[in-house]
Design a protein around this ligand. Structure first.
Ligand SMILES: C[S@@+](CC[C@H](N)C(=O)[O-])C[C@H]1O[C@@H](n2cnc3c(N)ncnc32)[C@H](O)[C@@H]1O
Length: 168
């Protein structure tokens, strides 16, 4: 079993604005909400309303709902234009292989990032081959991110990236 707290801990600090895209029921969102503290926030986005409802239920129970901005998105857009340049850290865990338009996904994420903001991208080895993950990596790099390093997470292809901005 992966330990979500251990996975996000190195990247999330108090007061940060963070994004969890394809959050599901919040396996990672709740640990992120603990780490950002009272002054931070986690914007949680999922295509399925029932996932967002489950996440909100779990967040309320954990006393973390005030730090969570939960949104149902559409297949064509994450609906994050209001977050331009605001995000310190974004997580995309086990999502990308489910998204048909990966170019648009990463462009929208890039738009939300602060200069040098970090993106953790992980895909399950069981569903995604090495060559397919390499294709995803070339798409994310074509959308304004550069690889910082590979990360070791069990049963996943995982990289840490940084947002580049034209003025950087
Ligand atoms: C395999 S689950 C991963 C959930 C969570 N990230 C985790 O690792 O526990 C993938 C999630 O992505 C959501 N999803 C699929 N396509 C999406 C899209 N285009 N935009 C946002 N979420 C999407 C699904 O509804 C599902 O909740």
């Amino acid at each position: 079993m992966q330990d979500p707290d251990e996975i996000v801990k190195p990247f999330v600090e108090e007061g940060m604005s963070t994004l969890d895209i394809g959050c599901g029921m919040g396996f990672f969102s709740l640990p992120m909400a603990k780490l950002v503290g009272e002054k931070g926030r986690v914007v949680c986005i999922d295509l399925q309303e029932k996932m967002i409802e489950g996440l909100l239920r779990r967040a309320k129970k954990a006393g973390l709902a005030d730090r969570i901005d939960a949104r149902v998105c559409s297949q064509s857009s994450l609906g994050v234009s209001d977050l331009a340049g605001k995000i310190d850290f974004a997580l995309v865990f086990a999502l990308v292989h489910e998204v048909p338009d990966k170019e648009n996904l990463f462009s929208e994420i890039h738009h939300t990032m602060k200069p040098a903001g970090k993106l953790l991208l992980a895909e399950p080895r069981g569903h995604v081959s090495k060559p397919d993950f390499a294709k995803t990596l070339s798409v994310v790099q074509s959308r304004g991110f550069e690889v910082i390093r590979d990360l070791e997470i069990r049963r996943s292809h995982t990289v840490l990236l940084r947002a580049l901005h034209s003025s950087a």
